[in-house]
Design a protein around this ligand. Structure first.
Ligand SMILES: NC(=O)c1ccc[n+]([C@@H]2O[C@H](COP(=O)([O-])OP(=O)(O)OC[C@H]3O[C@@H](n4cnc5c(N)ncnc54)[C@H](O)[C@@H]3O)[C@@H](O)[C@H]2O)c1
Length: 250
């Protein structure tokens, strides 16, 4: 039986909540009694997760790379549930793989729009709502690639490093007003993002790069997200938390 964190009376938005890490985080927060707006570009999967959460869940279709859609997402959560306490800025994409000297410009822009700008928009519109409430908790999903590089993924690595830095800034700016902000750095996790885009050979190679000898599971990341989002983490803000089977210890 895994630990449940208390989210009774709390309202959370989880972007990319229709799959993988976001889905596991949405379920974990709802398990703790929270209301969750599952926000995703993928209507079918987002609705599937929200339906599973029954009265504790609702779905909102969003492209987090578009500021006006993220603004509408935050407004929808407040309209539906009355206030906002938690945002998990999780929606992300892998993007093209190419060395930097050949990296496609449109692919660079798309990755930045979703993996970096989308996180900024989430905080930009959630923070004013959290201030009205006297505080809140922001969890931004970065990656191990928020602190180390990985060949042929310059856009992803750059965006994730930036998320780690931006999170620190928000913590400095808003801690005194009750808003905590942390980033999470998962190693390679068995989600559709990884399983659908990488060959069996590459997956095996990646397993070998984690001293623990396997990839992570979405629930193992969701446990950390839920802890950071909860009041149990009341003195933790501004930090970058790895959940990586010792990948970055080497
Ligand atoms: N899986 C890993 O190995 C791994 C490792 C480190 C970090 N991460 C990060 O974790 C986060 C979640 O990844 P995952 O592995 O669960 O991926 P996933 O592909 O399983 O899920 C991502 C979800 O985000 C949604 N999404 C994508 N673009 C969107 C957009 N523009 N607007 C709204 N929703 C959008 C997708 O529809 C999907 O439901 C990402 O930020 C990713 O970079 C993943």
């Amino acid at each position: 039986m895994s630990t449940t964190y208390d989210f009774h009376g709390k309202v959370a938005i989880v972007t990319g909540g229709g799959s993988g890490i976001g889905e596991a985080a949405a379920r974990k927060i709802a398990d703790g009694g929270g209301m969750v707006l599952v926000a995703d570009l993928d209507v079918e999967n987002g609705q599937r997760v929200a339906n599973d959460l029954a009265d504790a869940g609702a779905f909102f279709e969003v492209n987090t790379g578009k500021a006006e859609q993220v603004e509408a997402m935050v407004a929808n959560a407040v309209e539906r549930f009355g206030h906002l306490d938690v945002i998990v800025n999780n929606a992300g994409i892998g993007g093209p793989q190419a060395p930097t000297g050949e990296y496609p410009l449109d692919g660079w822009q798309t990755v930045m729009d979703v993996n970096l700008n989308g996180v900024f928009y989430g905080m930009r519109y959630a923070i004013p709502e959290m201030l009205k409430r006297g505080g809140g908790s922001i969890v931004n999903i970065a990656s191990i690639l928020g602190s180390v590089g990985f060949a042929n993924t310059s856009a992803y690595v750059s965006a994730k490093h930036a998320v780690v830095g931006m999170t620190k800034n928000v913590a400095i700016e808003y801690s005194a007003q009750g808003i905590r902000a942390n980033s999470v750095g998962p190693g390679f996790i068995e989600t559709p993002l990884v399983k659908n885009n990488l060959s069996a050979d590459v997956l095996q190679m990646l397993e070998g790069m984690h001293p623990i000898g396997r990839l992570g599971r979405p629930e193992e990341v969701a446990a950390l997200i839920a802890f950071l989002a909860s009041d149990d983490a009341s003195f933790i803000t501004g930090s970058y938390h790895l959940v990586d089977g010792a990948y970055t210890s080497q």
